[in-house]
Write a protein that binds this ligand. Structure first.
Ligand code: SPV
Ligand code: MG
Length: 434
């Protein structure tokens, strides 16, 4: 045991006695180095932890039995094992079966290369993970925690997927739905888009900046009541500077993570109309003033993202790139480039030019018209956020219309049962209904 080294790996978001059991076992074999999983490593498979890396590091460094803390940058342990060459790697035996068995196989292979030994200890039972999950969920709904999640995700992930949510129910779907790809990686949406188009449409009103900020925030607060993921708000043109400064304070306090403000002026019309309706772009100087005023009116917690409408209005790429430069200079925390083309070529060209100039300013795409593009292609082109801006509302309308028509046609609802949710499912959907 003397001079022997031991490696363990942890994420310690919520420290519990299972961790202490692991550490106590590990220290029997030698000097323990703990690999602390980074946000990025965790995010590849699980939700981003509540505590950030530095907070979790502080906890780990102060636990008796741990001699050294290193970053575990990948979810897999191979790299650190090959680098640190520990005599032992200690892990709970819960990974023998199930989704982590490949992780185990890779670890064994790496240990074999360096002559290390795997020690598996009985997994600590009876930790109430249900309780821990519940308290983590509650913590992530606190406005400041929810708000900071988007920035942390942007640091931890190459691309964040954001889905439009126009109601608490649509947001519950956006929050909970996930897909496991063939590598066992969990793919889910990272947050919500509060769209001016779908919020207005839901109320049967045109998308012309007619809903006031309180109506928008009432909807968002209802969404916040039943979810925990971050939200990006579409604030249209932001209105008059004097109003914007006041409204942004309210928005920031709500726990929203970002606003996206577009460089148009006058009566706003939806961008996807392009030049088929009268729409006017604000001049660079005035819009830059607006960005600076927005930054001054808020603390740095709310991201102010500037949206460029040049391509929508048929202006050249050069104009969009120039505006991006000026808007970043004025303080914008990110840039959204919009397009109504079917082909993503123009936004890829923009991204190429933008990335040459700014390597780490978040770039946002809204692929409503160029919908054949994949999130992976956008990621490769340098985008950090992809917003699916209206799909939940567009999905619901034809579904409702079809059933309404069917009931009329058949004089009963029997035929529609197959295309709607069952009564028992709807009664079970929301906890507490029973
Ligand atoms: C929205 O969702 O309201 C948007 C995006 O602003 S777009 O409809 O494409 O203009
Ligand atoms: Mg809008």
């Amino acid at each position: 045991m003397k001079n022997k080294t031991v490696y363990i790996s942890l994420s310690v978001d919520l420290l519990h006695h299972g961790h202490i059991n692991l550490i106590n076992h590990a220290k029997k074999y030698g000097k323990v180095t703990a690999g602390l999983l980074t946000d990025r490593a965790i995010r590849a498979h699980k939700r981003i932890p509540l505590l950030n890396f530095d907070q979790r590091k502080k906890i780990l460094e102060n636990i008796t039995g741990i001699s050294n803390v290193v970053s575990q940058n990948e979810y897999e342990y191979e790299k650190n094992i090959l680098k640190l060459k520990p005599n032992y790697f200690v892990h709970g035996d819960d990974w023998i079966f199930g989704r982590d068995k490949n992780l185990r196989a890779g670890t064994i292979k790496a240990l074999r290369k360096i002559g290390g030994k795997l020690i598996e200890i009985p997994y600590t039972k009876n930790i109430s993970s249900k309780f821990l999950k519940k308290s983590m969920y509650l913590e992530s709904t606190i406005p400041t925690n929810r708000q900071s999640t988007l920035k942390r995700l942007l640091e931890a992930k190459k691309i964040c997927r954001i889905l439009e949510a126009h109601s608490p129910l649509s947001a519950i779907i956006a929050e909970q739905v996930y897909y496991k790809n063939k590598n066992g990686k969990k793919i889910e949406f990272d947050g919500f888009w509060s769209s001016s188009l779908t919020d207005s449409t839901l109320k049967g009103k045109p998308d012309i900046e007619v809903l006031d900020i309180n109506q928008r925030l009432t909807n968002i607060n209802d969404i916040f009541d039943v979810t925990s993921k971050p939200i990006i708000i579409d604030i249209d043109t932001g209105g008059k500077i004097e109003h914007l400064e006041i409204n942004l304070k309210t928005i920031e306090r709500s726990g929203a993570s970002a606003v996206i403000m577009e460089d148009k002026k006058g009566l706003k019309k939806n961008s996807l109309f392009g030049n088929s309706v009268k729409q006017e772009q604000e001049n660079i100087k005035e819009f830059s003033k607006k960005i600076s005023a927005a930054k001054k009116a808020t603390t740095n917690k709310l991201m102010i993202i500037a949206r460029i409408e040049s391509l929508i209005l048929g202006k050249p790429l050069k104009d969009a790139v120039l505006r991006a430069e000026k808007y970043v200079k004025a303080g914008a925390d990110g840039i959204m480039i919009h397009s109504k083309e079917k082909n993503p070529k123009e936004i890829f060209n923009f991204a190429e030019k933008f990335r040459k100039r700014f390597s780490d300013i978040p770039l946002v795409a809204v692929p409503s018209s160029y919908n054949s593009v994949t999130d992976k292609q956008l990621e490769k082109a340098g985008f950090n956020i992809v917003i699916y801006a209206n799909h939940m509302l567009r999905a619901s309308y034809p579904a409702m219309q079809k059933v309404a028509l069917e009931i009329l046609k058949n004089g009963r609802s029997y035929e529609s049962e197959k295309s709607i949710m069952s009564i028992s499912n709807i009664l079970d959907l929301i906890p507490g209904t029973k």
